[in-house]
Design a binder for this molecule. Structure first.
Ligand code: CMP
Length: 157
């Protein structure tokens, strides 16, 4: 089984709009395992690192102000092909372009206030998990529904 880990940031707009439970539920119901979960207040140093590839873009300062405007919830998830599975659930970056049925398609009509961030590659996922979680904040446990979430071969039996 090609287990992957990935990082989600549930952004200030989701918190302000009372969508935290709805967002977490969507990933839980998919069968993804929550291996880390906490609320934090983002600050410049972490945002400069996390969004370094957007530095210099016209929306960079506004993006940082938005991400600092309220706490965020960071969540590490694991599962089979978790990175692409999570990105499909999140939907296209801009809410007004995202398919209905995705998180952004259902709850966002903005390019910036797009409810969640999701890692886009295995390398970025591992870097982002390390950026937001200490080792002792990540948990390894068996989900009780494992045998029904995955098929026999996927379970390695
Ligand atoms: P995210 O997936 O966190 O990655 C970068 C973020 O920048 C993106 O989601 C949006 O919140 C924001 N973003 C991307 N493009 C724009 C834009 N054109 N204007 C404002 N914000 C943007």
């Amino acid at each position: 089984m090609k287990e992957q880990r990935t990082l989600i940031i549930i952004k200030p707009d989701a918190l302000q709009r009372n969508l935290l439970g709805e967002i977490i539920t969507r990933f839980e119901r998919k069968g993804l395992k929550i291996i880390g979960l906490k609320m934090i207040q983002l600050e410049d140093a972490l945002l400069d690192e996390h969004y370094c590839h957007h530095k210099g873009k016209p929306f960079f300062e506004s993006l940082k102000n938005f991400m600092k405007s309220a706490p965020v919830v960071v969540m590490a998830l694991s599962g089979l092909n978790a990175i692409s599975a999570v990105r499909l659930i999140a939907g296209a970056t801009k809410g007004y372009e995202a398919d209905a049925g995705t998180i952004r398609g259902d709850f966002s009509i903005s390019g910036q206030a797009n409810i969640v961030h999701a890692s886009d590659s295995p390398e970025n996922a591992e870097n982002e998990i390390r950026r937001f979680f200490k080792d002792n904040e990540l948990f390894n446990y068996n989900r009780a529904d494992f045998d029904f979430v995955y098929g026999e071969e996927e379970r390695g039996e």
